[in-house]
Design a protein around this ligand. Structure first.
Ligand code: SF4
Ligand code: SF4
Ligand code: SF4
Ligand code: FES
Length: 578
């Protein structure tokens, strides 16, 4: 036996394993199935639901596999009669708390509770929620929390605390039972990241669906429907249709959007190229101008922007004023494309398919209006879009492949990697380097800012000046970098912040389940697409070059490509009981 290893048995199989791991971790390593519900690989195991119980020889009490560490000589049974009975009882108790609202549930197609019920022979007819909490809360424009489905596992409390927000709290109800409620602390505001949605095992938190609005848009006579899709979706939506993690389905995705009967399809990667092009300009200006605020922060993640506006308004001048890719592309569709195709902008409805719930709030921002016109009208998350396809009987694998429409048909590889943490930074550096030196970066793949690490730091030499960059994913990690800046305000020149783990590939609207392994596969596929593209820099995108040549002037650039941000008073988020 290796030093530091112990011997245990699971279901009579002898296993040599490391200490300090849980029974569940060892079982997974050895392909032994233990049923779970509240366990999530992103979070500390709270051990709340009781589904993962196992029997340990010599111990009278059953133990929770997700939160019990192995010890030498442990003899574990995962499916004894005692375990089966207790698991069934635990499940029945959970169903007493959880009101079933299956047809409208975000987990409809991958519900863990229903799967567990089938596995354990739990019959619903006998189980009615006994003390159902009825409240349904809506926070801001995007997040809906249905307390009548909540099993009080606490995952949302942890996911939100990990973001450094703490919007949910646990408390006791009048019967002394644990419940979870939105905070009553007026100093805490939700920033729409939706990580609580991604970590809820029973669909109690969801995003405000826009199906009705979308159906209405489709049925409106005389309207031109233009749909754009975000970079990260091409390597995640396949999962909703039983394809492997990270499957690249770009052309199928365009085909599926067309199968809905839309008029125009565009790739938000094209918008990302515009964001990069302008952001590189702004970085260069800030580096030259001693009065300008450094470090410059990216601002294409609306949760991060909201975080700054709520919690760190002093950093607003440090945010780049360039619009996010979807806001830019929506604006270009309603101005340039409208003009080219002779369509009245008022007749165009732009729908964005995004990995992101916060984009639903972003499109409500007054600062994005172009002469009173919204650049984007509706947002569907990846999950919602997949659901729409399923509702219409459209099978992703079977649709005819297609490509985006002209005159915005091109995008660079830089526009695609926006979906992964570090992608925005890498894209901007490729273009800033070219603008400052007239040469292309030798190492186009600026790999130092890639990967799932929570905080990444690098330096790049441009014309003898060392540009110090930082990349963070997750707002808890953003706080770390802000603390570093308090100690040394000159530590960075340029910082990318994405609120979700791994960037938009781990967005709050992406297919479930999520884990760092899954996010890694989605990101690797984005980098693979980039590596095979002939044009990998935003400034080389021919569609972008044409828009600047044919259409843009100073006024239009300001109106369509730039915006502003403003402090938000704390407690201004609307918490409505529905
Ligand atoms: S959306 Fe994000 S900030 Fe808001 S409650 Fe959920 S996890 Fe917390
Ligand atoms: S809302 Fe979901 S994640 Fe939060 S405590 Fe309830 S069941 Fe758990
Ligand atoms: S990281 Fe991406 S998906 Fe997540 S909130 Fe920001 S923009 Fe949305
Ligand atoms: S999965 Fe272990 S207690 Fe819920």
């Amino acid at each position: 036996m290796d030093k530091g290893k112990i011997k245990i048995r699971i279901n009579d199989i002898e296993i040599f394993c490391a200490e300090n791991l849980t029974i569940l971790e060892i079982a997974k390593e050895n392909n032994i199935e233990i049923q779970t519900l509240c366990y999530h690989p992103d979070l500390y195991p709270a051990g709340e639901c009781g589904i993962c119980i196992v029997e340990i020889a010599g111990e009278s009490e059953l133990k929770r596999a997700c939160s019990t560490k192995v010890t030498d000589g442990m003899n574990i049974m995962t499916d004894s009669e005692k375990v089966k009975n207790a698991r069934k009882l635990a499940l029945e108790k959970l169903f007493e708390k959880h009101t079933r609202k299956c047809p409208n549930c975000i987990d409809l197609y991958h519900c863990k509770l229903l799967k567990l019920a089938a596995l354990n022979g739990v019959k619903f007819a006998k189980i009615e929620p006994i003390k159902s909490r009825k409240e349904i809360y809506k926070f801001g424009p995007s997040i809906v929390f249905d307390a009548s489905k909540c099993i009080a596992c606490g995952n949302c409390v942890m996911a939100c605390a990990k973001q450094g927000i703490g919007f949910y709290t646990k408390k006791k109800d009048e019967n002394g039972e644990n419940i979870v409620v939105p905070t009553e602390n007026e100093k805490i505001d939700c920033i729409d990241c939706a990580q609580c949605i991604n970590h809820c095992p029973v669909g109690a938190i969801s995003s405000e669906g826009e199906f009705e609005n979308i159906e209405k848009a489709f049925n409106q006579k005389g309207k031109v429907i233009a749909v754009q899709f975000a970079p990260s979706i091409r390597t995640s939506i396949g999962e909703e249709f039983n394809m492997p993690y990270g499957a690249v389905v770009t052309e199928k995705l365009v085909g599926a959007i067309r199968a809905l009967g839309v008029d125009l399809v565009f790739d938000t990667s094209t918008g990302a190229d515009f964001t990069t092009f302008e952001e590189a300009n702004e970085l260069i200006e800030r580096l030259k101008d001693k009065e300008s605020k450094l470090p410059m922060f990216t601002s294409c993640c609306p949760s991060w922007v909201k975080f700054v506006e709520f919690y760190h308004p002093e950093l607003i001048p440090n945010l780049t004023k360039v619009r996010s890719p979807q806001a830019i592309l929506g604006g270009i569709i309603k101005t340039y494309v409208a003009e080219k195709k002779g369509i009245d902008p008022k007749d165009i409805i732009v729908i964005s398919i995004m990995p992101c719930v916060a984009k639903k709030a972003e499109i409500q921002r007054k600062e994005l209006l172009i002469d009173g016109m919204k650049p984007v009208d509706h947002i569907l998350t990846t999950r919602e879009f997949a659901r729409l396809l399923k509702k219409r009987g459209i099978k992703l694998a079977e649709v005819k492949e297609s490509k985006p429409d002209s005159p915005l048909a091109d995008h660079s590889g830089a526009g695609v990697i926006y979906g992964a943490s570090g992608g925005v930074m890498e894209s901007a550096l490729r273009t800033a380097y070219f603008k400052l030196t007239g040469k292309e970066l030798e190492e186009i793949g600026f790999t130092k800012v890639r990967g799932m690490d929570e905080v990444k730091r690098a330096e790049i030499d441009i014309n003898g000046r060392k540009i110090k960059v930082g990349v963070v994913n997750g707002l808890g990690n953003a706080r770390k970098i802000l603390q570093e800046l308090q100690v040394d305000p000159k530590k960075y020149d340029y910082i990318e912040v994405m609120s979700c783990p791994g960037g938009c590939i781990g967005g709050g609207g992406q297919p479930l389940p999520t884990s760092s392994e899954i996010r890694k596969k989605r990101a690797e596929s984005l980098y693979l697409i980039d590596s095979t593209k002939q044009k990998r820099q935003a400034h080389k995108n021919p569609s972008l070059q044409k828009v600047y040549e044919d259409y843009m002037d100073e006024d239009k650039i300001k109106k369509i490509l730039y915006c502003s941000f403003n402090p938000r008073p704390r407690g201004s988020i609307d918490i409505k009981k529905l």
